[in-house]
Design a protein around this ligand. Structure first.
Ligand SMILES: [Zn+2]
Length: 192
């Protein structure tokens, strides 16, 4: 018969590893979109990194493994990207590098950039909510968004109310949508 104490320890360990994976993903995701500045053939605010593309690719590709830790990592990564994009949704002015740029297509208009960023924030939050399941998931998810937001504010971002309201409203929307549909639209992306 398994020892109750052993069970509690292994549960704690599992939760700790999950949270650590989530945190690592969230940290990476929070700065990942700006790697476009380091890539020669991409302009800053490139659609390739400033959007839902990589989180969705990760979900489809790495999601195939169905490893819990990988799920948590992607959930964190998507949460990190969503916070980054929520800040980018409120630039000082919609000109120059505030606009999203797409390879070949060029710079998107203000409206198209806003829609792209808003849709991406919503999708990234949805991916995060679907993957970070259960109570531990929701608490970790909420705490991560809050921490990333505070980090974003502290690292001299200009607007602070807009990104926060966006994250709260979209996070609530993504969570409700996930509850209603049981995250089917995201789970369908997973091969298994
Ligand atoms: Zn950015």
């Amino acid at each position: 018969m398994p020892d109750v104490f052993d069970l509690a320890i292994s549960d704690l360990l599992t939760a700790a590893i999950s949270i650590a994976s989530f945190a690592l993903g969230a940290w990476l995701g929070s700065w990942f979109p700006d790697v476009d500045q380091k890539i020669r053939f991409l302009r800053h605010r490139s659609i390739v990194t400033h959007g839902f593309l990589l989180p969705v690719l990760l979900l489809v590709g790495v999601g195939a493994t169905r490893l819990e830790r990988v799920d948590w990592f992607i959930a964190g990564f998507a949460a990190g990207v969503s916070v980054h994009l929520a800040f980018d949704l409120f630039p000082e002015g919609w000109r120059g590098y505030a606009l999203i740029s797409a390879p070949i297509f060029g710079t998107l208009s203000k409206t198209a950039s806003m829609i792209w960023l808003a849709v991406s924030v919503f999708l990234c939050l949805s991916i995060s909510v679907v993957l970070a399941r259960g109570q531990v998931g929701l608490v970790t998810y909420g705490a991560a968004l809050l921490l990333l937001y505070v980090y974003g504010v502290v690292s001299q971002r200009e607007r602070i109310a807009g990104p926060l309201l966006t994250l709260i409203a979209f996070g609530w929307g993504a969570a409700s949508w996930t509850l209603v549909t049981d995250g089917r639209y995201i789970r369908d992306l997973l091969p298994l």
